[in-house]
Design a protein around this ligand. Sequence first.
Ligand SMILES: Nc1nc2c(ncn2[C@@H]2O[C@H](COP(=O)(O)OP(=O)(O)OP(=O)(O)O)[C@@H](O)[C@H]2O)c(=O)[nH]1
Ligand SMILES: [Mg+2]
Length: 323
Amino acid sequence: MLKGDKRALARLITLVENNPEVRREVIRLLPRGEKRAVTVCITGPPGVGKSTLIDQIISILRERGKTVGLILIDPTSPFTGGALLGDRIRMQRHSTDPGVFIRSVSTRDDPEGASSVVKDLVRIMEAFGFDYVVVETAGAGQTGVNVANSCRTTVLVLMPYLGDDIQMMKAGFMEIADIYVINKSDLGGADVMESLIRANLVKGEGGWTPPVIKVSAYNRKSVEPVVEAIDEHDAHGDERRLYKTFRLLRNMVVEEVEERIKEWASRCPEFTEMVQRVMREEVDMYTALDVLLEEVMRELCENGLYPAHGHGEVAERDEHTAV
Ligand SMILES: Nc1nc2c(ncn2[C@@H]2O[C@H](COP(=O)(O)OP(=O)(O)OP(=O)(O)O)[C@@H](O)[C@H]2O)c(=O)[nH]1
Ligand SMILES: [Mg+2]
C-alpha cells in the first residue's frame, strides 16, 4: 500500500473495516510526520449539494495535478435513504481517473462503528500519499461531528431557504465549521442566508474567522474560492488542530471506556443483583447509581474492566491500552 498500489489500498481498507483489532495494528504501523494530505470533511444537511460541490472540487484539484482520495459516508438519516447511489453516480466521471480513489462506507448497520472507522480511513489514505483526502457526510447528529474531528478542515455546506434546518445545524455544527459554503446561490436568497450565518457565526479558536462563500456547484469558477479557502485553512496553523485532536482522542477514550463498561455490566453479578433490587423497589435508582459507579471505578482502576482471570484474550487486549 505504501508503495502506491491502489489494489493493496482497497484490500487494506476492507481488512480494516472488518476487523477492529487489525485496524489498530495497521494505524500503528503507518509512517507519521511525513508528507501529509490536506484532509477535508464536507458536511451539511441532506440535499444541499455536497456531492455536486465535491465533484467540482475534484475537477479543480485534478486540473492542478493533485491526487484525491474520497470517502463517501452513506447517511443513516431517513431523509437521505439511497443517497449513496446518487453520490456514486455523481462521482462516476472521476472513478476511472487514476488520480482519484473513491471509497464508500455504509453506516446503516452500525453508525458508531462506521463513524469511528472513517478516522482510520483518512489516516490510511493520507499515508498512501494522496494530496487531498475528502470526506462527504450528511450533517445529522453526533456521527457527523465525530467524523468532522478526523479531518483538519471542516466545510459546512448550506443553501438558501433552509428554514428550520439552520436551527438544527446550530446544534453542534456551527462550532466545528472552518468554512461556510452557501450553495445554490443561483436560486437567489443567498444574501439572506449569508447574514443569518454571520449572525450565528462562531469565531474559531486560533485566530481564524470562518469565511462565508456563496457558490453554485453547477458553476466551477464559483467553486474555486472554496478550494483556496481549504488550502488557506490547512496552512493556517496548529492551535485549531490541537483542539480537534483533543476532541478526537477524548472521544476515542470515551468510546473505549463505554464499550468496556457495557461489557463489564453484562457479566458483573453485582450489577445484575442491583438491577433486581431496583426492580423490586428495594433501592432507589440514584442510590444504585452511586453503588455501581463506585464498583465500576474500582474495576476500572484495578484491572481496566477486563476479567481478572479471563482467557488468552486479556493478554492480547492489553497490547491495545495505548488509547
Ligand atoms: N440550483 C442548484 N441546484 C443544485 C446545485 N448544486 C446541487 N444542486 C442540485 O441539488 C440536488 C442535490 O444535490 P447533491 O449534490 O446530491 O446534494 P447532497 O448534499 O450531496 O445530498 P445528500 O448526499 O443526499 O445529502 C441535486 O438535484 C443537484 O443537482 C446548485 O448549485 N444549484
Ligand atoms: Mg451527497
